[in-house]
Each structure stands twice: as C-alpha cells, then as structure tokens.
Design a binder for this molecule. Structure first.
Ligand SMILES: [Fe+2]
Length: 240
C-alpha cells in the first residue's frame, strides 16, 4: 500500500497570488484552501507506452518540417533526469515540452507577437524517461518575447514542461530557463517564486561535455517530482 505523496512545500512553489504577475490577482483563491485526503484517482494515473511515441517526437528541429528542411535557430540538446523527492529515478514517465520559436513566436491561434513564424518549427514534443529516469530531446533555443503584463515585460527564453510521474498527485507543469540569461531575474512570473534557490532549480546548466561538436550545445535540466512517503517496514524503525 502506498502511504501517499509528500505535500507540496509552501514557500518553494510560488503562492497563488503574486500581484506582479497581473493575471494571478483575478484567478487566485480568495478563501483559505481546504486540505482533502488523496483518493485512488490521485494516487494512480495514465500509463503511456512506447507505442504512443513517434520517432521524431523528441526532435523539435525536424518533427514539424514541411519541406524536409530543419527549424531555424541555435541547435540544442536538452537532457536530464526525472527524480522524486527521495532522489529515486522516475522511469517510463511521459515528459512533454513546448516552446516559442527562435524569434520568440508561438505557433498558436491566440499568439499576438509580431515575430515571424518558422514554417518548419511546430514547437512541441514528448519523450518517455528511460529505466534510470533520463530523458533527452533536440530543439532550437527559443527567443524571449514580450507579454501584456506591465508596460514592457518580457519573458526570458524558456521551455515549458509537463511531467506525468506515476500518479496525478505527482504531475508537475513547470518552465526551464537558460543559465546566464539576465532576463530571468527581471521576469514577473519568475519573481513570484519566493526563494532564489527554487528559481535556480529551474535554470538549465550549460554542459560543454555533452555538446555535439559543430552541431548542438547541451543543457542539463533535472526535474524533481513529489516523492512517496516511505512505507513503514516492520524491520526498520521510523527515523532509522
Ligand atoms: Fe511561454
């Protein structure tokens, strides 16, 4: 029997109301939240098999190509490990990612930024973690883009991630930033995260050892999901 998952740590994740991020003012709860016990639907989740993943799903440079040519932009490998809070790898879990193109433009009908679309870049993909929790995909570096928040707010270059984990209680939706980008520290969404260490956990590290020479730079981004509370074993006293 599972003993459930650790609760989300307040103070590590951004609070629901962060007035610098304007849309959080209207959508944040006005009353204190009620804590409900986890049920079977939170402690289980969908299982995705290899058969659902296409051969180019982990390659945003080529997976939307219309004419056989590759997406425009700085070529990257993004890789890392999905772990839980007990530092155990999370194998065979679905990692999805989506991003703007090299000019900072999304392929979305409600996108309003004037930067040009790249006809050969779609901007989303997915991959399953291996038995050791690792994942990797190829993409191009997304551009920064302006957004209607303050009079001149820009999002730093980022990639959105969704990680399913073993159960709905573990699912995480987050964003990855790039080491050394000064825009990170000026972003009102990033600024909603209370602790600097929590922000740094969202910044992928440039990894010169895993680049593909004359082709792609590598960035490492490890992702930590909620961990399971340890089941008490009869032969191990609590605290040992
Ligand atoms: Fe975005």
């Amino acid at each position: 029997m599972s003993a459930g998952y650790f609760h989300r740590q307040p103070g590590w994740h951004p609070p629901a109301l962060t007035p610098g991020y304007k849309s959080s003012v209207l959508r944040s709860p006005k009353l204190p939240l009620l804590a409900l016990g986890a049920t079977a639907s939170e402690l289980s989740g969908p299982v995705f098999g290899d058969g659902l993943i296409g051969p180019l799903d982990n390659d945003l440079i080529r997976n939307y190509s219309q004419d056989g040519s590759e997406a425009i932009g700085q070529r990257l490998i993004v890789y890392g490990k999905v772990l839980d809070e007990n530092a155990r790898p999370v194998p065979n879990t679905l990692v999805e990612f989506w991003q703007a193109n090299a000019g900072g433009r999304y392929r979305h009908k409600r996108e309003g930024y004037l930067a040009a679309l790249d006809p050969n870049f779609g901007g989303c993909g997915r991959v399953l973690t291996g038995s050791d929790g690792t994942y990797a995909f190829r993409t191009i570096k997304p551009g920064a883009y302006p957004w209607p928040n303050g009079p001149n707010d820009w999002r730093p270059a980022h990639i959105h991630f969704s990680v399913f984990g073993h159960a709905f209680a573990q699912r995480l939706i987050t964003q990855m930033y790039f080491e050394g980008d000064p825009m990170i520290w000026q972003c009102p969404i990033v600024g909603g995260i209370p602790q600097k260490e929590a922000i740094e956990q969202l910044i992928a590290k440039l990894d010169r050892h895993n680049t593909t020479p004359m082709d792609a730079l590598a960035y490492r981004f490890d992702i930590v999901l909620r961990g399971k509370r340890s089941t008490l074993f009869e032969n191990r006293l609590e605290g040992n």
